[in-house]
Design a protein around this ligand. Structure first.
Ligand code: AMP
Length: 280
């Protein structure tokens, strides 16, 4: 695996690969890798000649209270995992090069950034869209892979890719879970034993709602009400919502397909999850 730390070297390498007719799949991450990230890499390997992963803990997408500095980091272990999982190139840009003095451009995917996680994380999605656009421009990949766990992020990147004509094939990868259903996340490491015990009830809540949906219920309010009852202490619910799976517009009654999404606080940790409710 090749390590690349500068924008110029990354650009040159991907240009070279293109000249040789090689296709490139890109998996952006913030490191502290788990099986969810590995699923993205596996899918990437199937879809292109070269797999490029990036690790960049993007400071602009954290609110002050979320504390960018306490985000878990384990660069040596990550490097080993990426190598073992067939990554060809690891891009590790420095913050000063990503955001040089005078940087002032941002991308707003306006509608999709509102509501859900956008309400409690002002500016977050604009920062995500901006950094992903920069990475797309530096690498010019053929394919880019994102987890369905971050459903709003995936929807917004699909929209940006279409709106700004990046022409990249955006692939969503299903959420990888722990044995008890908890969606894998780098943030799970911050849970206390008590919080870790309660955390799987987020997915249990979504699953309970899905059961009702499968029995024929189509009213969002009824499904949400049923799911809410499952959430355990000391979880503080941020939202539990049913939205159109593509536009993320609010819906009262499900027809076709909908995203059932949850976000909650467990002490200092904020967790999210979602499932798709789909009519057969
Ligand atoms: P992060 O390092 O948290 O920024 O995540 C990098 C990528 O991995 C994003 O596209 C996430 O959606 C994806 N991802 C994170 N957790 C999971 C998971 N449990 N299953 C599948 N993909 C995931």
């Amino acid at each position: 695996m090749r390590l690349i730390a500068t924008v110029a070297a990354m650009r040159e390498t991907s240009r070279g690969a293109r000249r040789e007719g090689k296709t490139m799949a890109f998996v952006p991450t913030m490191g502290y890798l788990h099986r969810g990230h590995l699923a993205l890499l596996k899918e990437a390997k199937k879809r292109a000649d070269l797999v490029v992963a990036s690790i960049f803990v993007n400071p602009t997408q954290f609110n002050e209270s979320e504390d960018f500095s306490s985000y878990p980091r384990e660069p040596e272990r990550d490097r080993k995992l990426l190598e073992e999982n067939g990554v060809d190139i690891l891009f590790l840009p420095a913050t000063e090069e990503v955001y040089p003095e005078g940087f002032q451009t941002t991308i707003d995917v306006t509608g999709l950034s509102e509501g859900l996680c956008g309400s409690s994380r002002p500016g977050h999605f604009s920062a995500v869209a901006t950094v992903v656009a920069k990475l797309f421009n530096i690498l010019r990949p053929d394919v880019a892979l994102f987890g369905e766990k971050d459903y709003q992020q995936l929807a917004l990147i699909r929209r940006m890719n279409a709106d700004l004509n990046f022409g990249i094939s955006i692939v969503g990868v299903p959420t990888v879970r722990e044995h008890d259903g908890l969606a894998m996340s780098s943030r799970n490491a911050g849970l206390s034993p008590e919080e870790r015990k309660a955390a799987p009830s987020l997915y249990r809540a979504l699953s309970r709602g899905r059961k009702l949906f499968e029995r024929g219920e189509r009213k969002a309010e009824a499904i949400i009400g049923e799911a809410k009852g499952v959430i355990e202490n000391p979880i503080e619910l941020d939202y539990l919502e049913i939205r159109d799976s593509e536009t993320l517009a609010k819906i009262e009654e499900i027809s076709g397909e909908a995203a059932f999404a949850i976000a909650a606080r467990l002490g200092k940790t904020r967790l999210i999850d979602n499932i798709i409710l789909k009519e057969k």
